[in-house]
Design a protein around this ligand. Structure first.
Ligand code: ASP
Length: 260
């Protein structure tokens, strides 16, 4: 794709330590290299997020925090501007839920949950891993995520261990389309932070709508912050054809990388 600007932004979740941006840098590096090799954007963004799932400093994949009953349940979702969307919720025993979400995007379904999501992962060939035996080093209640643009198509992906200490059965914004993420012809948005507020605000979809109205990403980001109380953490990554923006009302490890 000569002459096209490639871009990826990745984050380690609202509340994550800025000092951990070496992790989000690595995710961006892989995502960029994949796009340079003309990997489809959905695969590139999911593989970038898998790097973050494998980093136990972040609350996703192997870093997922335990719930009040000691179990680990994870949510993940991905979407691209060709309107492919896939998500899993309450999945356990899988090292990289984002790859299962990507598998769902290729199926006739959009969201698989619980034991049945795990069974689907097994059918796709994923191995069972006991994540409750792995120590999470993620202090906060973060999500990991990324957005990409290859000059033609957009994509976004999110993965989380959920809010640590939450009651069993709780599902946040991550697997809900238009809440944690949304992607279309105008751009890609992914959110992190207080899941219930992100959901109630339809955060990703309403932010995306601003991109469709020609509003620049930085202005869209600042408008979206205004939907949240000071006590509610929120972070966003946004790419449109006009540019990009990222940030949080808390600390957040995040990175951006461009290339051609
Ligand atoms: N939004 C995620 C959730 O509520 C957590 C986070 O991003 O901090 O599950």
């Amino acid at each position: 794709m000569p002459g096209k600007q490639l871009i990826i932004l990745a984050h380690g979740g609202a509340g994550s330590d800025n000092a951990h941006s070496d992790g989000t840098d690595r995710a961006c590096q892989l995502g960029l290299e994949l796009m340079q090799a003309r990997t489809p954007v959905l695969e590139a963004v999911c593989r970038a997020v898998a790097i973050l799932e494998d980093d136990s400093r972040f609350n996703a994949g192997t870093g997922s925090r335990k719930r009040t009953d000691g179990s680990v349940r994870m949510d993940a979702a991905c979407m691209d501007s060709r309107r492919r969307f896939g998500a899993v919720s309450e999945i356990q025993h899988i090292k990289n839920p984002i790859h299962v979400a990507c598998g769902v995007a290729d199926s006739e379904y959009q969201l698989l949950t619980g034991e049945d999501a795990h069974q689907y992962a097994v059918e796709l060939g994923f191995k069972k891993v006991d994540l409750t035996r792995i120590e999470s080093h993620a202090p906060g209640t973060d999500t990991v995520g990324a957005v990409v643009f290859d000059g033609d198509q957009f994509a976004a992906a999110l993965s989380t261990g959920g809010t640590g200490g939450s009651r069993p059965g709780r599902v946040g914004d991550v697997p809900l389309i238009g809440c944690g993420l949304y992607v279309g012809e105008h751009g890609a948005v992914c959110a992190t932070g207080h899941g219930e507020s992100i959901t109630l605000n339809l955060t990703a979809y309403r932010t995306y709508e601003m991109l469709g109205q020609g509003i620049a990403p930085q202005e869209a980001l600042e408008t979206a912050y205004g939907w949240f109380e000071d006590s509610q953490d929120i972070g966003l990554l946004i790419i449109s054809r006009q540019g990009n923006a990222g940030g949080s009302n808390r600390n957040m490890a995040w990175s951006i990388l461009t290339g051609d």
